[in-house]
Write a protein that binds this ligand. Sequence first.
Ligand SMILES: C[S@@+](CC[C@H](N)C(=O)[O-])C[C@H]1O[C@@H](n2cnc3c(N)ncnc32)[C@H](O)[C@@H]1O
Length: 227
Amino acid sequence: VDPVIGLAAVAPLPAAHGITQAVILAAGLDARGWRLPWVQDTVLYEIDQPKVLQFKTATLSANGARPAVSHYRDIAVDLRTDWPKALQEAGFRADHPTAWAAEGLLPYLPADGQDLLFDRITELSATDSRVGVEAFGPGFFDGDYLQRRREQMRQLEQRAGQDPDKSDDVSELWYSEERADVPVWLAEHDWHVDTVTAADLMQRLGRGAEEDEVALPRTVFVEGVRM
Ligand SMILES: C[S@@+](CC[C@H](N)C(=O)[O-])C[C@H]1O[C@@H](n2cnc3c(N)ncnc32)[C@H](O)[C@@H]1O
């Protein structure tokens, strides 16, 4: 889970809606494929950069972990390239409903890259597909807020015995620019949409209630169902 914005552990389970094809975009170190009780015969595709997926799969495997999902397929491609082609070449079926997850990803895409991502997801989504997105809440890119988060990260790194001066600040990789509002975009493209703020979701799940305000991600979880 991304320490700054990710809450990957709480996205909806695809199997709850009878869907047996899932795609996690920018999966990172997400380990749902290894630890969730997937419905028999589900195929899970994970897309991320080669080094990230290699590190994850090798580390899990070296520790004796095996995927819990029936079919795991890692797609080691950059999301700025033609990833739908790579996905389909790996067996993805656009005529089957899909559960998509895109968490901790959008800040790394420019505004037009975000539009392209959702165009492609929509094009590949049969009726009844679902998408779970971690999107921006109010004040996500506020300088003050980011500065306080950075400070908090430094403290956490120090507590973990790491030298904060030697670690990268991921927010330097973010595209802080005007962009489409994800729930609005999805609603305009034939998705039925529900949203919940990360803060409300954390409170509902009994997580983070004792943290101060700076620990609460300014993100919104968006769930879309393809009509
Ligand atoms: C903050 S992590 C999120 C990981 C996971 N989804 C989560 O919520 O915990 C961001 C991930 O996006 C991936 N990423 C960013 N830009 C990417 C791109 N252009 N192509 C593929 N992966 C990308 C990074 O490699 C990293 O694993």
